[in-house]
Design a protein around this ligand. Structure first.
Ligand code: HSE
Length: 299
């Protein structure tokens, strides 16, 4: 039996919800093709689209490592599978690239094994992959990639993941091709915050979640501000504030860093506005001699 699975890119943090909010987009995403081999163990026979950056060693690759972990958990280390990974999105972009691959792999093995686990039960295995990739098993990419839509990680210990309503919005994404490894982008954040900043932040998180439930686009927009992480991380993103100004002038509902960056995203009410924003920002980056990729998707 062979199975082919697609898993989507995700926007983690959603500006104000560092490590606790994320949502999936329709495109881009990664594809995994998995087949039984008849010989115990997990192998990787092919990786495309990664420019040779990802390990083929099954113990080191996050996709195979999480599949191994899953098989151990369900007591089926007698099973043998081979993985082909087709990367269809940039690595290190802040779009949950490693999560998309890991989630596609876990979804594939669970289908081949006739679904012993629910999607929610598979999230912790995908989190292991994140831990391998960037040092902390954050769930704000893997959970929306696995469950779809908008997701809140209410708590990590114990893990408590809540599906939120998905707003009627479009998402414009621009990936400026500069290097921002998630591991480094996490280390640079201040570990201590001021109470007055925390008050602003949790007011905004609560406002955003309320906006999603009420489908109140203005409330969503005015809640998407981040006083804790963005001021530091924006330094790594070329012309971040200029890009925000351009997006807001063109009618964006909100604008911010996707995950740990360097990708940025804007929410818009319609598809045309999203396209206008990606075109304008891409032109601006080209003027700075920075290559970029753009995506427009429904949320
Ligand atoms: N919440 C994580 C971070 C997402 O901001 O580091 C990484 O994509």
């Amino acid at each position: 039996r062979t199975i082919k699975v697609f898993a989507p890119a995700t926007v983690a943090n959603v500006v104000c919800g560092f490590d606790v909010l994320g949502f999936a987009v329709n495109a881009p995403g990664d594809e995994v093709v998995m087949r039984f081999t008849g010989k115990p163990g997990v192998t990787i026979s092919k990786i495309t689209g990664d420019n040779g950056r990802l390990p083929m060693n099954a113990d080191k690759n996050t996709v195979s490592a999480s599949v191994q972990h899953y098989l151990k958990h369900i007591n089926r280390t007698d099973v043998g599978v081979d993985i082909e990974l087709h990367k269809k999105m940039p690595i290190g972009s802040g779009l949950g690239s490693s999560s998309a691959s890991t989630v596609a792999g876990l979804f594939a093995i669970n289908e081949l094994m006739d679904r012993p686990l629910t999607a929610m039960e598979m999230v912790p295995f995908a989190m292991k992959g994140e831990e391998l990739a960037c040092g902390f098993g954050h769930a704000d990419n893997v959970a929306p990639a696995m469950l779809g839509g908008f997701v809140l990680i209410r708590s990590y210990e114990p893990l408590d993941i809540i599906k939120l309503p998905t707003p009627n919005l479009y998402c414009a994404i621009v990936f400026p091709d500069v290097d921002v490894p998630t591991r480094d982008a996490r280390q640079m954040i201040r570990k201590n915050v001021l109470l007055k900043d925390a008050v602003v932040q949790w007011g905004n998180v609560a406002g955003l979640v309320t906006g999603l439930f009420m489908n109140d686009i203005d409330l969503i927009g005015r809640s998407m501000h981040d006083v804790l992480v963005e001021p530091t991380r924006s330094i790594l993103i070329p012309d971040f504030y200029k890009m925000r100004e351009m997006a807001m002038e063109l009618g964006a509902v909100s604008f911010g860093i996707s995950g740990s960056g360097p990708s940025v995203f804007a929410f818009t009410r319609d598809e045309q506005t999203a396209t206008n924003i990606t075109t304008k920002i891409q032109q601006h980056l080209t003027g700075l001699h920075i290559a970029s990729q753009t995506y427009v998707s429904a949320v």
